[in-house]
Design a protein around this ligand. Structure first.
Ligand code: SAM
Ligand code: ZN
Ligand code: ZN
Ligand code: ZN
Length: 489
Protein backbone atom coordinates (compact mmCIF):
# COMPACT_ATOMS: atom_id res chain seq x y z
CA UNK A 1 0.00 0.00 0.00
CA UNK A 2 1.20 3.47 -0.88
CA UNK A 3 2.78 4.98 2.20
CA UNK A 4 1.04 8.27 1.66
CA UNK A 5 -2.24 6.47 1.86
CA UNK A 6 -1.34 4.83 5.13
CA UNK A 7 -0.41 8.17 6.60
CA UNK A 8 -3.68 9.61 5.39
CA UNK A 9 -5.78 6.71 6.58
CA UNK A 10 -4.19 6.55 9.99
CA UNK A 11 -4.37 10.24 10.54
CA UNK A 12 -7.94 10.45 9.41
CA UNK A 13 -9.35 7.38 11.04
CA UNK A 14 -7.60 7.84 14.40
CA UNK A 15 -9.26 11.20 14.54
CA UNK A 16 -12.51 9.51 13.73
CA UNK A 17 -12.13 6.96 16.49
CA UNK A 18 -11.48 9.67 19.01
CA UNK A 19 -14.22 12.04 17.98
CA UNK A 20 -16.79 10.03 16.10
CA UNK A 21 -18.10 11.17 12.78
CA UNK A 22 -19.55 14.59 13.15
CA UNK A 23 -22.33 15.58 10.93
CA UNK A 24 -21.63 19.12 9.97
CA UNK A 25 -24.09 21.03 7.97
CA UNK A 26 -23.17 24.65 7.97
CA UNK A 27 -22.77 27.26 5.28
CA UNK A 28 -25.50 25.69 3.21
CA UNK A 29 -25.90 26.95 -0.30
CA UNK A 30 -29.58 26.47 0.03
CA UNK A 31 -31.53 26.06 3.22
CA UNK A 32 -34.26 24.31 1.33
CA UNK A 33 -32.06 21.40 0.29
CA UNK A 34 -30.81 20.93 3.84
CA UNK A 35 -33.68 18.78 4.96
CA UNK A 36 -33.77 16.74 1.80
CA UNK A 37 -30.58 14.83 2.24
CA UNK A 38 -29.70 13.12 5.47
CA UNK A 39 -26.15 13.14 6.74
CA UNK A 40 -24.60 9.90 8.01
CA UNK A 41 -25.99 8.91 11.39
CA UNK A 42 -23.62 10.36 14.01
CA UNK A 43 -25.03 8.10 16.76
CA UNK A 44 -24.22 4.87 15.02
CA UNK A 45 -21.11 4.33 17.15
CA UNK A 46 -21.14 0.53 16.92
CA UNK A 47 -19.83 0.67 13.44
CA UNK A 48 -16.93 2.94 13.93
CA UNK A 49 -13.56 1.82 12.73
CA UNK A 50 -11.54 -0.25 15.14
CA UNK A 51 -7.94 0.76 15.46
CA UNK A 52 -6.38 -2.57 14.53
CA UNK A 53 -7.86 -2.26 11.08
CA UNK A 54 -6.23 1.04 10.48
CA UNK A 55 -2.95 -0.06 9.09
CA UNK A 56 -4.17 -2.78 6.79
CA UNK A 57 -4.88 -2.28 3.13
CA UNK A 58 -8.33 -3.74 3.68
CA UNK A 59 -9.58 -0.46 4.99
CA UNK A 60 -10.84 0.93 1.74
CA UNK A 61 -12.82 -2.18 1.02
CA UNK A 62 -14.18 -2.59 4.55
CA UNK A 63 -15.09 0.93 5.49
CA UNK A 64 -17.68 3.05 3.73
CA UNK A 65 -15.82 6.05 2.35
CA UNK A 66 -18.89 8.18 2.86
CA UNK A 67 -20.21 7.31 6.35
CA UNK A 68 -17.43 5.11 7.79
CA UNK A 69 -19.69 2.22 8.64
CA UNK A 70 -18.14 -1.25 8.39
CA UNK A 71 -21.53 -2.88 7.92
CA UNK A 72 -22.57 -4.05 4.47
CA UNK A 73 -19.92 -2.09 2.62
CA UNK A 74 -20.39 -4.02 -0.59
CA UNK A 75 -20.63 -1.37 -3.31
CA UNK A 76 -17.78 0.32 -5.10
CA UNK A 77 -17.63 4.09 -4.84
CA UNK A 78 -18.30 5.19 -8.43
CA UNK A 79 -15.72 7.98 -8.40
CA UNK A 80 -13.05 7.01 -5.91
CA UNK A 81 -11.06 3.88 -5.17
CA UNK A 82 -12.75 2.28 -2.19
CA UNK A 83 -16.17 1.08 -1.18
CA UNK A 84 -19.38 2.54 0.12
CA UNK A 85 -22.43 1.09 1.80
CA UNK A 86 -25.67 0.73 -0.16
CA UNK A 87 -27.34 3.66 1.58
CA UNK A 88 -24.47 5.99 0.73
CA UNK A 89 -24.36 4.78 -2.88
CA UNK A 90 -28.05 5.66 -3.12
CA UNK A 91 -27.39 9.13 -1.71
CA UNK A 92 -24.43 9.66 -4.05
CA UNK A 93 -26.50 8.61 -7.03
CA UNK A 94 -29.24 10.99 -6.06
CA UNK A 95 -26.98 14.00 -5.41
CA UNK A 96 -24.40 13.54 -8.15
CA UNK A 97 -26.72 14.96 -10.82
CA UNK A 98 -27.47 18.20 -8.97
CA UNK A 99 -25.64 21.19 -10.40
CA UNK A 100 -26.33 24.90 -10.10
CA UNK A 101 -26.67 27.39 -12.96
CA UNK A 102 -22.99 28.15 -12.58
CA UNK A 103 -22.20 24.51 -13.38
CA UNK A 104 -21.01 23.90 -9.83
CA UNK A 105 -22.10 20.98 -7.71
CA UNK A 106 -23.88 21.38 -4.40
CA UNK A 107 -23.19 18.02 -2.79
CA UNK A 108 -19.88 16.46 -1.82
CA UNK A 109 -18.50 14.08 -4.47
CA UNK A 110 -17.20 11.71 -1.79
CA UNK A 111 -20.08 11.48 0.69
CA UNK A 112 -23.01 13.09 -1.13
CA UNK A 113 -23.98 15.43 1.70
CA UNK A 114 -24.15 19.18 2.03
CA UNK A 115 -21.65 21.11 4.05
CA UNK A 116 -18.88 23.62 3.87
CA UNK A 117 -17.40 22.83 0.47
CA UNK A 118 -14.41 23.50 -1.71
CA UNK A 119 -15.02 23.38 -5.48
CA UNK A 120 -12.99 22.06 -8.37
CA UNK A 121 -12.07 24.85 -10.80
CA UNK A 122 -12.19 22.62 -13.89
CA UNK A 123 -15.08 23.95 -16.02
CA UNK A 124 -16.15 20.48 -17.00
CA UNK A 125 -16.11 19.21 -13.40
CA UNK A 126 -17.05 21.79 -10.76
CA UNK A 127 -17.36 19.01 -8.16
CA UNK A 128 -17.70 19.81 -4.48
CA UNK A 129 -15.69 18.31 -1.60
CA UNK A 130 -16.95 18.83 1.93
CA UNK A 131 -14.88 19.96 4.85
CA UNK A 132 -15.49 16.70 6.66
CA UNK A 133 -14.24 14.48 3.82
CA UNK A 134 -11.22 16.67 3.17
CA UNK A 135 -10.39 16.65 6.90
CA UNK A 136 -10.89 12.92 7.34
CA UNK A 137 -9.47 11.59 4.12
CA UNK A 138 -6.52 13.85 3.44
CA UNK A 139 -3.53 15.02 5.47
CA UNK A 140 -3.89 17.78 8.03
CA UNK A 141 -3.97 21.35 6.68
CA UNK A 142 -5.22 20.25 3.26
CA UNK A 143 -8.41 22.25 3.66
CA UNK A 144 -6.47 25.43 4.38
CA UNK A 145 -4.15 24.75 1.46
CA UNK A 146 -7.06 24.20 -0.92
CA UNK A 147 -8.82 27.37 0.17
CA UNK A 148 -5.78 29.40 -0.77
CA UNK A 149 -5.08 27.57 -4.03
CA UNK A 150 -6.02 29.88 -6.87
CA UNK A 151 -7.11 27.27 -9.36
CA UNK A 152 -7.72 23.94 -7.70
CA UNK A 153 -8.20 20.86 -9.84
CA UNK A 154 -9.81 18.12 -7.80
CA UNK A 155 -8.72 14.54 -7.14
CA UNK A 156 -10.52 13.40 -10.29
CA UNK A 157 -9.14 16.08 -12.58
CA UNK A 158 -5.49 16.12 -11.56
CA UNK A 159 -3.12 13.73 -9.91
CA UNK A 160 -2.49 16.26 -7.16
CA UNK A 161 0.27 15.98 -4.62
CA UNK A 162 -2.12 16.26 -1.68
CA UNK A 163 -1.52 13.44 0.82
CA UNK A 164 -4.75 11.53 0.94
CA UNK A 165 -6.56 8.25 0.76
CA UNK A 166 -9.04 9.32 -1.88
CA UNK A 167 -7.88 8.54 -5.37
CA UNK A 168 -10.08 8.96 -8.39
CA UNK A 169 -10.95 5.94 -10.48
CA UNK A 170 -9.61 6.10 -14.04
CA UNK A 171 -12.94 4.96 -15.42
CA UNK A 172 -15.16 7.11 -13.22
CA UNK A 173 -17.13 8.69 -16.06
CA UNK A 174 -18.01 5.29 -17.49
CA UNK A 175 -19.05 4.20 -14.03
CA UNK A 176 -21.33 7.22 -13.67
CA UNK A 177 -23.09 6.25 -16.86
CA UNK A 178 -23.36 2.65 -15.74
CA UNK A 179 -24.87 3.83 -12.47
CA UNK A 180 -27.81 5.41 -14.29
CA UNK A 181 -28.24 2.84 -17.03
CA UNK A 182 -31.40 1.00 -16.07
CA UNK A 183 -31.26 -2.79 -16.08
CA UNK A 184 -34.59 -2.84 -17.79
CA UNK A 185 -36.54 -0.08 -19.47
CA UNK A 186 -39.94 -0.37 -17.92
CA UNK A 187 -42.23 2.38 -19.07
CA UNK A 188 -41.81 2.12 -22.85
CA UNK A 189 -39.68 -0.28 -24.85
CA UNK A 190 -37.71 1.34 -27.66
CA UNK A 191 -38.58 0.03 -31.12
CA UNK A 192 -36.98 -3.38 -31.63
CA UNK A 193 -36.37 -2.85 -35.36
CA UNK A 194 -35.07 0.10 -37.38
CA UNK A 195 -37.63 1.91 -39.51
CA UNK A 196 -38.42 0.07 -42.74
CA UNK A 197 -36.69 1.65 -45.71
CA UNK A 198 -38.57 4.53 -47.27
CA UNK A 199 -40.25 5.21 -43.92
CA UNK A 200 -39.42 8.52 -42.33
CA UNK A 201 -39.48 9.63 -38.72
CA UNK A 202 -42.72 10.75 -37.07
CA UNK A 203 -42.21 12.99 -34.06
CA UNK A 204 -44.39 14.45 -31.33
CA UNK A 205 -42.81 17.38 -29.50
CA UNK A 206 -44.61 18.65 -26.41
CA UNK A 207 -43.74 22.08 -24.97
CA UNK A 208 -41.96 22.64 -28.27
CA UNK A 209 -40.78 26.20 -27.49
CA UNK A 210 -38.73 27.53 -30.39
CA UNK A 211 -38.62 24.10 -32.09
CA UNK A 212 -35.07 23.23 -31.13
CA UNK A 213 -36.09 19.58 -31.51
CA UNK A 214 -36.94 20.10 -35.18
CA UNK A 215 -33.83 22.19 -35.76
CA UNK A 216 -31.63 19.43 -34.25
CA UNK A 217 -33.20 16.72 -36.39
CA UNK A 218 -32.82 18.88 -39.47
CA UNK A 219 -29.21 19.62 -38.59
CA UNK A 220 -28.55 15.90 -38.32
CA UNK A 221 -30.34 15.41 -41.64
CA UNK A 222 -32.75 12.88 -40.18
CA UNK A 223 -35.54 12.35 -42.69
CA UNK A 224 -38.80 13.53 -41.11
CA UNK A 225 -42.24 12.57 -42.27
CA UNK A 226 -44.20 14.50 -39.66
CA UNK A 227 -43.29 16.71 -36.72
CA UNK A 228 -46.27 17.48 -34.48
CA UNK A 229 -45.72 20.21 -31.92
CA UNK A 230 -47.64 21.44 -28.92
CA UNK A 231 -46.89 25.02 -27.88
CA UNK A 232 -49.01 27.98 -26.80
CA UNK A 233 -46.58 30.90 -26.57
CA UNK A 234 -47.22 33.26 -29.49
CA UNK A 235 -43.64 34.51 -29.70
CA UNK A 236 -42.27 30.94 -29.73
CA UNK A 237 -44.82 29.96 -32.37
CA UNK A 238 -43.74 32.89 -34.54
CA UNK A 239 -40.11 31.86 -34.32
CA UNK A 240 -41.03 28.31 -35.24
CA UNK A 241 -43.11 29.53 -38.18
CA UNK A 242 -40.40 31.90 -39.40
CA UNK A 243 -37.77 29.16 -39.46
CA UNK A 244 -39.77 26.13 -40.52
CA UNK A 245 -43.07 27.33 -41.98
CA UNK A 246 -45.61 24.55 -42.24
CA UNK A 247 -43.04 21.76 -41.89
CA UNK A 248 -44.18 21.75 -38.27
CA UNK A 249 -47.77 20.80 -37.52
CA UNK A 250 -48.88 22.87 -34.55
CA UNK A 251 -51.42 21.26 -32.25
CA UNK A 252 -51.92 24.01 -29.67
CA UNK A 253 -52.40 23.45 -25.97
CA UNK A 254 -51.09 20.10 -24.70
CA UNK A 255 -54.21 19.78 -22.58
CA UNK A 256 -56.34 19.62 -25.71
CA UNK A 257 -54.50 16.57 -27.09
CA UNK A 258 -57.00 13.76 -26.72
CA UNK A 259 -56.89 10.00 -26.99
CA UNK A 260 -58.51 10.34 -30.43
CA UNK A 261 -55.83 12.76 -31.64
CA UNK A 262 -53.02 10.46 -30.48
CA UNK A 263 -54.72 7.60 -32.30
CA UNK A 264 -54.89 9.70 -35.49
CA UNK A 265 -51.27 10.85 -35.46
CA UNK A 266 -49.81 7.45 -34.57
CA UNK A 267 -47.46 5.85 -35.39
CA UNK A 268 -45.11 8.14 -33.51
CA UNK A 269 -41.47 7.08 -33.33
CA UNK A 270 -40.13 9.80 -31.08
CA UNK A 271 -41.77 11.72 -28.23
CA UNK A 272 -39.82 14.67 -26.79
CA UNK A 273 -40.50 17.48 -24.38
CA UNK A 274 -39.41 19.53 -21.42
CA UNK A 275 -42.30 20.99 -19.45
CA UNK A 276 -41.98 24.42 -17.77
CA UNK A 277 -39.41 24.42 -14.97
CA UNK A 278 -40.08 27.67 -13.12
CA UNK A 279 -42.29 26.01 -10.49
CA UNK A 280 -39.80 23.18 -9.95
CA UNK A 281 -36.50 25.02 -9.87
CA UNK A 282 -34.80 25.64 -6.53
CA UNK A 283 -33.88 29.05 -7.91
CA UNK A 284 -37.52 30.12 -7.51
CA UNK A 285 -38.34 30.57 -3.80
CA UNK A 286 -42.09 30.81 -4.51
CA UNK A 287 -42.17 27.65 -6.66
CA UNK A 288 -45.40 25.70 -6.51
CA UNK A 289 -43.84 22.28 -7.06
CA UNK A 290 -45.13 19.40 -9.13
CA UNK A 291 -48.63 18.85 -7.82
CA UNK A 292 -50.13 22.33 -7.41
CA UNK A 293 -52.88 22.77 -10.01
CA UNK A 294 -52.23 26.52 -10.02
CA UNK A 295 -48.60 26.12 -11.08
CA UNK A 296 -46.89 25.03 -14.30
CA UNK A 297 -45.04 22.10 -12.66
CA UNK A 298 -48.18 20.03 -12.99
CA UNK A 299 -47.78 20.08 -16.78
CA UNK A 300 -45.29 17.24 -16.31
CA UNK A 301 -48.37 15.05 -15.92
CA UNK A 302 -49.46 16.03 -19.42
CA UNK A 303 -46.24 14.54 -20.72
CA UNK A 304 -46.95 11.44 -18.63
CA UNK A 305 -50.53 11.26 -19.87
CA UNK A 306 -49.42 11.50 -23.50
CA UNK A 307 -46.73 8.86 -23.08
CA UNK A 308 -49.38 6.46 -21.76
CA UNK A 309 -51.69 7.28 -24.67
CA UNK A 310 -48.88 6.73 -27.16
CA UNK A 311 -48.21 3.35 -25.55
CA UNK A 312 -51.77 2.39 -26.31
CA UNK A 313 -51.42 3.09 -30.05
CA UNK A 314 -47.76 2.24 -30.62
CA UNK A 315 -47.46 -1.36 -29.55
CA UNK A 316 -44.07 -1.74 -31.24
CA UNK A 317 -42.53 0.78 -28.89
CA UNK A 318 -41.14 4.26 -29.52
CA UNK A 319 -38.30 6.48 -28.36
CA UNK A 320 -38.99 9.16 -25.79
CA UNK A 321 -37.12 11.83 -23.89
CA UNK A 322 -38.24 14.17 -21.11
CA UNK A 323 -36.05 17.07 -19.98
CA UNK A 324 -35.98 19.41 -17.02
CA UNK A 325 -33.59 21.46 -14.89
CA UNK A 326 -30.91 19.83 -12.79
CA UNK A 327 -31.44 22.15 -9.85
CA UNK A 328 -34.98 21.01 -9.13
CA UNK A 329 -36.15 19.95 -5.70
CA UNK A 330 -35.00 16.41 -5.00
CA UNK A 331 -38.53 15.41 -4.03
CA UNK A 332 -39.87 16.58 -7.43
CA UNK A 333 -37.15 14.72 -9.24
CA UNK A 334 -37.89 11.54 -7.33
CA UNK A 335 -41.59 11.84 -8.10
CA UNK A 336 -40.91 12.33 -11.82
CA UNK A 337 -38.58 9.30 -11.80
CA UNK A 338 -41.29 7.24 -10.13
CA UNK A 339 -43.79 8.05 -12.85
CA UNK A 340 -41.34 7.71 -15.72
CA UNK A 341 -39.90 4.54 -14.14
CA UNK A 342 -36.29 5.48 -14.71
CA UNK A 343 -33.75 7.85 -13.31
CA UNK A 344 -32.50 10.94 -15.07
CA UNK A 345 -29.09 11.41 -16.63
CA UNK A 346 -27.28 14.72 -16.31
CA UNK A 347 -26.06 16.33 -19.53
CA UNK A 348 -24.45 19.74 -19.49
CA UNK A 349 -24.09 21.94 -22.58
CA UNK A 350 -20.72 23.04 -21.20
CA UNK A 351 -19.30 19.82 -22.61
CA UNK A 352 -19.92 21.13 -26.14
CA UNK A 353 -20.34 24.88 -25.90
CA UNK A 354 -19.32 27.90 -23.83
CA UNK A 355 -22.35 27.78 -21.53
CA UNK A 356 -23.00 25.86 -18.33
CA UNK A 357 -26.47 24.40 -18.83
CA UNK A 358 -26.92 21.32 -16.65
CA UNK A 359 -30.13 19.51 -17.54
CA UNK A 360 -31.68 16.21 -16.56
CA UNK A 361 -32.93 13.78 -19.20
CA UNK A 362 -35.22 10.83 -18.65
CA UNK A 363 -35.98 8.45 -21.48
CA UNK A 364 -35.07 5.43 -23.52
CA UNK A 365 -32.70 6.95 -26.06
CA UNK A 366 -29.56 4.79 -26.19
CA UNK A 367 -27.40 7.92 -26.31
CA UNK A 368 -28.55 8.94 -22.84
CA UNK A 369 -26.12 6.42 -21.43
CA UNK A 370 -23.21 7.34 -23.64
CA UNK A 371 -20.41 9.43 -22.28
CA UNK A 372 -20.32 12.97 -23.64
CA UNK A 373 -17.02 13.87 -25.32
CA UNK A 374 -15.75 17.12 -23.80
CA UNK A 375 -14.96 19.70 -26.46
CA UNK A 376 -12.89 22.59 -25.27
CA UNK A 377 -14.72 25.68 -26.43
CA UNK A 378 -14.20 29.26 -25.29
CA UNK A 379 -16.78 32.04 -25.37
CA UNK A 380 -14.31 34.09 -27.40
CA UNK A 381 -14.91 31.88 -30.45
CA UNK A 382 -18.61 32.79 -30.38
CA UNK A 383 -18.31 36.58 -30.27
CA UNK A 384 -18.41 39.04 -33.14
CA UNK A 385 -15.00 40.28 -34.15
CA UNK A 386 -13.44 43.01 -32.03
CA UNK A 387 -15.28 41.91 -28.89
CA UNK A 388 -13.46 40.18 -26.06
CA UNK A 389 -14.78 37.49 -23.73
CA UNK A 390 -13.83 37.98 -20.10
CA UNK A 391 -15.06 34.53 -19.03
CA UNK A 392 -14.44 31.25 -20.88
CA UNK A 393 -17.96 29.92 -20.18
CA UNK A 394 -21.25 31.65 -19.47
CA UNK A 395 -23.35 30.51 -16.56
CA UNK A 396 -26.79 29.14 -17.48
CA UNK A 397 -28.78 31.63 -19.51
CA UNK A 398 -32.29 31.77 -18.04
CA UNK A 399 -35.31 33.94 -18.71
CA UNK A 400 -33.90 36.56 -16.31
CA UNK A 401 -31.71 39.28 -17.78
CA UNK A 402 -29.36 39.16 -14.78
CA UNK A 403 -28.48 35.58 -15.72
CA UNK A 404 -26.24 37.16 -18.36
CA UNK A 405 -24.11 38.67 -15.60
CA UNK A 406 -21.18 36.56 -14.48
CA UNK A 407 -19.58 35.66 -11.17
CA UNK A 408 -20.02 37.08 -7.68
CA UNK A 409 -19.47 40.61 -8.95
CA UNK A 410 -22.19 40.20 -11.61
CA UNK A 411 -20.02 41.55 -14.39
CA UNK A 412 -20.83 41.67 -18.10
CA UNK A 413 -19.23 38.74 -19.95
CA UNK A 414 -17.83 40.82 -22.82
CA UNK A 415 -15.68 43.93 -23.44
CA UNK A 416 -16.57 45.80 -26.59
CA UNK A 417 -14.27 47.37 -29.15
CA UNK A 418 -13.94 50.44 -26.93
CA UNK A 419 -12.89 48.11 -24.09
CA UNK A 420 -16.11 48.88 -22.21
CA UNK A 421 -17.97 46.06 -20.41
CA UNK A 422 -20.92 44.95 -22.52
CA UNK A 423 -23.70 42.42 -22.38
CA UNK A 424 -23.60 39.51 -24.79
CA UNK A 425 -25.57 40.16 -27.98
CA UNK A 426 -28.55 38.01 -28.89
CA UNK A 427 -26.90 36.91 -32.14
CA UNK A 428 -23.91 35.75 -30.08
CA UNK A 429 -26.22 33.97 -27.65
CA UNK A 430 -27.93 32.20 -30.53
CA UNK A 431 -24.52 30.93 -31.61
CA UNK A 432 -23.75 29.79 -28.05
CA UNK A 433 -26.98 27.74 -28.14
CA UNK A 434 -25.91 26.22 -31.47
CA UNK A 435 -28.56 28.13 -33.42
CA UNK A 436 -28.02 30.24 -36.53
CA UNK A 437 -27.75 33.96 -35.96
CA UNK A 438 -31.14 35.75 -36.10
CA UNK A 439 -33.01 32.50 -35.47
CA UNK A 440 -35.16 34.24 -32.83
CA UNK A 441 -35.59 37.46 -34.77
CA UNK A 442 -39.28 37.06 -35.50
CA UNK A 443 -42.33 39.29 -35.08
CA UNK A 444 -40.43 42.35 -33.85
CA UNK A 445 -39.39 40.64 -30.63
CA UNK A 446 -37.23 42.71 -28.34
CA UNK A 447 -33.79 41.54 -27.22
CA UNK A 448 -35.28 40.79 -23.79
CA UNK A 449 -38.03 38.64 -25.26
CA UNK A 450 -35.54 36.79 -27.43
CA UNK A 451 -33.35 36.10 -24.40
CA UNK A 452 -36.39 34.83 -22.48
CA UNK A 453 -37.13 32.31 -25.21
CA UNK A 454 -33.51 31.22 -25.49
CA UNK A 455 -33.38 31.01 -21.68
CA UNK A 456 -36.02 28.25 -21.78
CA UNK A 457 -34.66 26.40 -24.76
CA UNK A 458 -32.46 23.41 -25.37
CA UNK A 459 -28.84 23.69 -26.35
CA UNK A 460 -28.54 22.26 -29.86
CA UNK A 461 -25.27 20.31 -29.49
CA UNK A 462 -26.70 18.43 -26.49
CA UNK A 463 -29.81 17.48 -28.44
CA UNK A 464 -27.92 16.49 -31.58
CA UNK A 465 -25.68 14.34 -29.38
CA UNK A 466 -28.81 12.64 -28.02
CA UNK A 467 -30.54 12.32 -31.42
CA UNK A 468 -27.51 11.13 -33.36
CA UNK A 469 -28.48 7.46 -32.94
CA UNK A 470 -31.54 8.14 -35.09
CA UNK A 471 -29.34 7.78 -38.15
CA UNK A 472 -29.15 4.07 -37.53
CA UNK A 473 -32.85 3.91 -36.65
CA UNK A 474 -33.82 5.63 -39.89
CA UNK A 475 -32.11 3.17 -42.19
CA UNK A 476 -33.61 4.81 -45.22
CA UNK A 477 -31.39 7.76 -44.44
CA UNK A 478 -28.45 7.90 -46.79
CA UNK A 479 -26.81 10.70 -44.89
CA UNK A 480 -23.43 10.53 -43.27
CA UNK A 481 -23.41 9.86 -39.52
CA UNK A 482 -21.61 12.59 -37.66
CA UNK A 483 -19.46 11.65 -34.70
CA UNK A 484 -19.52 15.04 -33.04
CA UNK A 485 -22.57 17.27 -32.74
CA UNK A 486 -20.56 20.32 -33.71
CA UNK A 487 -19.53 18.65 -36.95
CA UNK A 488 -23.11 18.34 -38.13
CA UNK A 489 -24.03 20.99 -40.61
C1 SAM B 1 -39.09 24.82 -20.80
S1 SAM B 1 -39.94 25.45 -22.17
C2 SAM B 1 -39.47 24.28 -23.42
C3 SAM B 1 -38.63 24.89 -24.46
C4 SAM B 1 -38.21 23.98 -25.60
N1 SAM B 1 -37.68 22.72 -25.14
C5 SAM B 1 -37.19 24.69 -26.47
O1 SAM B 1 -36.12 24.18 -26.67
O2 SAM B 1 -37.49 25.82 -26.89
C6 SAM B 1 -41.61 25.00 -21.84
C7 SAM B 1 -42.57 25.41 -22.94
O3 SAM B 1 -43.86 24.90 -22.63
C8 SAM B 1 -44.79 25.82 -23.17
N2 SAM B 1 -46.11 25.56 -22.58
C9 SAM B 1 -46.58 26.00 -21.38
N3 SAM B 1 -47.85 25.58 -21.21
C10 SAM B 1 -48.17 24.84 -22.29
C11 SAM B 1 -49.34 24.14 -22.69
N4 SAM B 1 -50.41 24.13 -21.91
N5 SAM B 1 -49.33 23.48 -23.87
C12 SAM B 1 -48.23 23.51 -24.67
N6 SAM B 1 -47.10 24.17 -24.34
C13 SAM B 1 -47.07 24.82 -23.18
C14 SAM B 1 -44.19 27.16 -22.83
O4 SAM B 1 -44.72 28.19 -23.61
C15 SAM B 1 -42.71 26.91 -23.08
O5 SAM B 1 -42.35 27.29 -24.37
ZN1 ZN C 1 -22.08 4.62 4.03
ZN1 ZN D 1 -18.03 14.76 1.97
ZN1 ZN E 1 -12.58 18.15 -10.76
Amino acid sequence: MDERWTIGVVEALRKLCRNGPECINYNLRSLETKSLVKCPDPNNTNNWIIEEKLETSEILSQVCLACYTTNGVDCEHPLFKGNVCRKCLGRLKSTMVVKGDDGLHYFCAVCGTLGLIVLCDNDNCGRAYCFQCISDLTANNTWDILLTTEEWLCFLCEDSSVIRIIYGRDDYSTRIHQLYTPERLQLVEPPSEPLPSETKLRVLSLFDGISTGFYSLQKLKIPIQAYYASEIDIAALNISKLNFGDQIIQMGDVISITDEIIKQISPIHLLIGGSPCNDLSLANPTRKGLFDGEGSGILFFEFYRIILLLKKYNKNGFYWMYENVSSMQLSCREAISLYLQCEPVLKDAVSFSPQHRPRLFWGNLPTLYVEVPFEKTHLQEFLMSGRMAIVPKLKTVTTKSNSLRQGKEAVHPVRNEQDIPDTIWITELEKVFGLPQHYTDAGNLSATQRQELLGKSWSIPVITHLFNFLHSFCTSSSYKITSSPNEAT
